[in-house]
Design a protein around this ligand. Structure first.
Ligand code: G3P
Ligand code: CA
Length: 246
């Protein structure tokens, strides 16, 4: 099996706990800490602009109110997505996926792009994220990985930009995981480390797929997972794990 070609330690939602999630400040923080790979979430605003956002509503991470799918990006752009984290980040904007992607390329950091659709927008979000990723990373030395918990998003990404690699996200690895990997043409399976068994890790690797685990914040657990054959982990604790943990 080809070795995992991307960074083994991936910063969760941009800068993990060190910066407001899914912001340009988070991507810069990851780079500043020496991380070569970041994960972030892509959702569609009401006008179908792909943006970086985890929740389906604005309340937790911005000073706005309401549903992402009902808010146009021109209104979201004015919001403060940094104050909830800390005062120095006051005024940090909600970035468009386009700006975030361009920044990753400029900083030379690899992107693990989670397609995070609001309910009912699974295929639309998968298609939009894949088409924009194709355009942004055209000719770039390292292609991003598109992943999702939603099979419909992965299917739409596959149809729109089949050449971009895809990863299937799951909490526990389901009994029919191999079927889904084949149908969706995925190269990697990403699971919750707390629900992973060593025999499952072996089975995934033996079947020729890469295996990732989230969200791992304890260096001892990273060591155990790597011993089980996990290829890469996603962490919130950029300060504890370190980009070169191997
Ligand atoms: O990429 C895995 C991880 O990000 C999934 O969980 O809730 O942080 O998007 P969540
Ligand atoms: Ca995510």
């Amino acid at each position: 099996m080809k070795p995992w070609p991307y960074p083994r330690i991936i910063a969760h939602r941009g800068g993990g706990t060190l910066a407001p999630e899914n912001t340009l400040a988070g991507l810069r923080k990851a780079k500043e800490m020496g991380y070569a790979g970041v994960e972030f979430d892509v959702m569609l605003a009401a006008d179908a602009t792909p943006i970086l956002m985890h929740d389906e509503t604005l309340e937790r991470t911005t000073n706005g109110r309401g549903a992402i799918a009902e808010t146009a990006y021109r209104d979201m752009e004015k919001l403060d997505a940094g104050s909830w984290h800390s005062a120095p980040h006051m005024g940090e904007p909600v970035p468009s996926f386009e700006r975030a992607g361009r920044l990753c390329i400029e900083l030379g950091i690899w992107a693990d792009i989670e397609i995070k659709p609001a309910k009912g927008y699974e295929a639309e979000t998968g298609r939009a994220a894949a088409l924009l990723a194709r355009e942004l990373w055209r000719g770039a030395p390292m292609q991003p990985l598109l992943c999702s918990f939603q099979p419909a998003s992965l299917a739409a990404a596959k149809e729109a930009a089949p050449e971009l690699p895809r990863g299937a996200l799951t909490k526990r690895i389901p009994p029919d995981w191999e079927h889904w990997m084949q149908v969706l043409g995925c190269v990697s399976l990403h699971c919750d480390y707390r629900l992973l068994q060593p025999r499952e890790a072996r089975a995934v690797r033996d079947a020729g797929y890469w295996l990732l685990s989230y969200t791992v914040n304890d260096p001892h657990i990273v060591r155990v997972l790597f011993d089980w054959g996990v290829d890469a982990i996603i962490t919130d604790r950029l300060d504890l794990i370190g980009p070169d943990f191997a």
